[in-house]
Design a binder for this molecule. Structure first.
Ligand code: ADP
Length: 539
């Protein structure tokens, strides 16, 4: 027997209609060099529809890819809706990728039109001869350093001016592509993840769910995570569904600016990689701001160290530690105390909050032994590969190049190694490729880093495996001291600190002090760079 409910398509057109009709007065604010740019969802909606007309006139049709090379701004947010709602596919490019990767990605996706923020034009100009598929460049804002090599090109405001402010959206299949994003390609070429309207719709429900980020109309959402990094973790989409005010950082993500924006715009929830929050915490130790409206910082992309969660909590700022991947839209799990954990000691509570936590409604997981393929027991000790599935998890890559090794029996193989406790809460031990394999046993680089970053004189720490004649590999700790502890912290001090906290054979064989941990294009610790640098380091 079939259910008798409507077959209502789950598309972004619904969110667009909802937010423009029910919350037209709510604001969208973007940081600029001078005064912030402000307008309402009503203004935004009119411009989204003008943009859709302009795209259509420019020859963009069903399924065509429209690329963006841009910061988090209101124009980017307009593209987030205009492109998919008119049936095309929004392809957000990571502005920090190396030139050859960008060229590969634009050609792989065969982007037809590219929207470029004015100050980023010089980067694209260098590649322009290698981008044969792009037929039109649309420049957003002033481009003081442009030399006119992007041809043909048009200014965004000219592009949409004079277009009608209403658009009759086409009927769309909810499974049609809405957006795409490439993984950073730490191994091999970047791989295209293609989101559907349905997956973004359902993911937005998951982000908004009270067991997710619990977004409501009363929230002021400030996504610092770039809009090219897995759709800013779904916050721009989910905010429109719930009618939340949106604050966008433009190209400013330094701690001082972040603190001021939170204070001035009364931000309730913000999101970004731990590096941003390490910076904010350092600032808060020196200067006072009124951040009392902030109910949560969503931190993810790499492990949020327990010391960071504790540090911000001292300022009454709760971190929600979340885990996900480009392939999982990205929100898959997050850590929040359960009702029966509220009486635990502060230390136990922080330990729980530093886990990657519980999968949100809609996502299923299992952790399997990497050799036998059997599920590991939930004993919080046995490692295995984390695998997930759900309606917003990728089932294949664009053009399917490496799918076979990443997808198994309907599950996504994440490449993350995890343990599970008896509550079903996940803790990532490492990425498979970052585990240090010493004498046939595994050492978690992430756990060592988290512990070292708990040392009061340490700002950041990154642990890598170094080739070792006897053990195969041994851990090396690369440590960045806090600015006021420069020259005051020694190798022995770090090792003594760890000695009390880990098994002897986990102790790094050496500690080197560095100025900063190299970061990837999305702000994660770049272990590849350190591994190359210290390949010959003698232990
Ligand atoms: P990449 O890092 O390869 O550019 P993603 O942004 O998709 O691409 O990263 C996904 C990966 O980031 C996950 O597989 C995991 O290793 C790591 N990650 C994400 N969130 C967390 C977290 N909260 N704790 C630890 N690692 C995380």
């Amino acid at each position: 027997m079939q259910g008798l409910m409507m077959d209502y398509p789950l598309t972004l057109q619904h969110a667009f209609h909802r937010v423009t009709h029910l919350f037209p007065r709510k604001e969208i604010v973007t940081q600029t060099e001078s005064e912030p740019h402000r307008y309402t969802y009503a203004d935004w909606g009119r411009r989204v529809m003008q943009l859709a007309h302009a795209l259509k006139k420019a020859g963009v049709g069903d399924g065509d890819r429209v690329a963006t090379f841009a910061w988090n701004t209101y124009r980017h947010f307009e593209l987030y809706y205009a492109v998919p709602c008119m049936g095309a596919v929004l392809h957000t490019l990571n502005i920090r990728l190396f030139a050859d990767q960008l060229v590969y990605i634009v050609n792989d996706a065969a982007d037809k039109v590219m929207f470029v923020d004015g100050d980023l034009v010089p980067i694209v100009e260098k590649l322009v001869d290698q981008l044969p598929t792009v037929q039109l460049y649309v420049i957003m804002g002033d481009a003081p350093y442009a030399t006119g090599r992007l041809r043909p090109s048009i200014d965004y405001e000219t592009f949409i001016a004079d277009q009608p402010t209403t658009f009759t959206w086409p009927d769309l299949d909810e499974n049609s592509a809405a957006a795409m994003c490439y993984t950073s390609g730490t191994t091999g070429n970047p791989k295209g993840v293609v989101y559907s309207h349905r997956s973004i719709f359902l993911h937005s429900m998951g982000v908004g769910h009270v067991e997710g980020m619990a977004l409501s109309e009363r929230d002021v959402v400030f996504p610092i995570v770039p809009m090219f990094h897995a759709n800013a973790w779904g916050f721009p989409h989910a905010a429109a569904f719930s009618g939340s005010k949106v604050v966008l950082p433009g190209r400013f993500s330094d701690p001082l600016r972040v603190a001021r924006v939170i204070e001035q715009e009364r931000v309730t929830i913000t999101a970004g990689v731990p590096t941003i929050w390490i910076g904010l915490l350092s600032l808060l130790e020196k200067e006072r701001f009124d951040l009392s409206t902030l109910r949560a910082i969503a931190a993810g992309g790499s492990a949020a160290p327990q010391a960071l969660i504790e540090g911000l909590q001292r300022h009454n700022i709760p971190i929600i530690h979340a885990w996900g991947m480009t392939e999982t839209s990205p929100l898959a799990s997050l850590s929040r105390l359960r009702s029966y954990q509220l009486d635990l000691s502060p230390d136990e509570q922080f330990r729980i909050r530093a886990r990657q936590g519980t999968v949100i409604p809609g996502v299923e997981f299992r952790v399997v032994d990497m050799e036998s393929g059997q599920e590991v027991p939930w004993d919080n000790q046995t490692f295995g590969e984390l695998q997930v599935r759900g309606p917003w998890v990728a089932r294949a890559y664009y053009k399917d190049t490496e799918s076979a090794s990443k997808f198994a029996d309907g599950w996504l193989r994440t490449g993350d190694v995890a343990v599970v406790d008896d509550d079903g809460s996940i803790q990532l031990v490492d990425r498979t490729k970052d585990l240090v394999k010493s004498g046939g046993e595994w050492i978690s680089s992430v756990e060592l880093e988290g512990l070292i970053m708990g040392h009061p004189k340490v700002l950041e720490a990154c642990v890598i495996g170094i080739p070792h004649a006897k053990w195969g590999e041994r851990p090396l700790a690369c440590v960045v001291p806090k600015p006021d502890a420069l020259d005051q912290v020694s190798k022995e001090e770090i090792l003594d600190y760890l000695r009390a906290r880990v098994a002897k054979w986990w102790l790094p064989d050496d500690v080197v002090f560095i100025e900063a941990v190299p970061k990837t294009s999305v702000g994660k610790f770049d272990k590849k760079v350190l591994r190359t640098q210290y390949e010959m380091h003698s232990l």
